[in-house]
Structures are given as structure tokens and as C-alpha cells.
Unconditional design. Structure first.
Length: 136
């Protein structure tokens, strides 16, 4: 077998190349729950919730993900409006600068989302290996 150079689908940069057959193949489940045409729950919103949990604020979470504060706020507003109870709780600025944290619902949402993705990957492992074997 000879090494080949080809673009890696989903690579973070257009210059990342695969120099060996199958070494860069990666399969990931990306669960999305739609309400109409809106992605109510998906990988971007879960990443944002995790970043808020880690950073304690919407602005710091947005910066850590390379998105604008406005985009983060819109995603959170969209998510919170679709849930029975909000996933986040924010406090306004002032001497302490305010902040944002996940509610019990937000923590449960992230936990369930990650667990579903893990179990789906495990349940399909044999089929995914067979699928990867078909990729040249």
C-alpha cells in the first residue's frame, strides 16, 4: 500500500491532509433534536453549555469557542425558550461582574446528550468498523 494525500472530511483546516490510508478516519455521532426547523438541542449548544459550566459566564464561554457574545446569547435564548425550564441562570454585572451557570436542567441536558452519543457509538461499533473498512 502506498501513502496517499487527501483532504480529511471535517478537518479543522483545509491544509490538514491524511498521509496514510485509514489513519485519520473518525466517525462521530452528532445528535440533533429539531423543533420545526430549529435545532433545539445539538452539538453546538451542548458545547456552549459545557463552556459556560467551565468558564462561569456567557462572554468567556463564547470567547473560548471562538464565537461572538451575541451568537452565544441567541443560542442560549433559543435553547431556553424551547425547554420547559431554562438550562442556564445568569446574574447581571456589577462589582462582581455577573456570570452565568447551568441549572439542574442544563446539567441534566448535557449529561443525557453526552450519554446518548456514547451509547449510540458503542451500540454501532461493529457496523462502524465495517463502514470504515469500505472507505478507501
Amino acid at each position: 500500500m502506498t501513502a496517499i494525500a487527501r483532504r480529511v472530511p471535517g478537518a479543522s483546516t483545509s491544509t490538514q491532509l491524511d498521509t496514510t490510508m485509514h489513519s485519520k478516519i473518525d466517525v462521530r455521532f452528532r445528535l440533533r433534536i429539531l423543533v420545526g426547523d430549529t435545532v433545539a438541542i445539538g452539538p453546538g449548544k451542548m458545547a456552549l453549555l459545557e463552556a459556560i459550566q467551565e468558564n462561569g459566564s456567557i462572554s468567556a464561554a463564547a470567547r473560548s469557542l471562538g464565537m461572538s457574545y451575541r451568537r452565544a446569547w441567541v443560542l442560549l435564548d433559543e435553547l431556553n425558550s424551547l425547554l420547559r425550564e431554562p438550562a442556564t441562570s445568569a446574574s447581571t454585572g456589577g462589582a462582581t461582574g455577573g456570570g452565568c451557570q447551568l441549572t439542574d436542567v442544563g446539567e441534566a441536558l448535557v449529561r443525557l446528550y453526552r450519554q446518548i452519543n456514547l451509547e449510540a457509538s458503542q451500540a454501532c461499533a461493529v457496523h462502524l468498523a465495517a463502514l470504515r473498512g469500505l472507505i478507501s
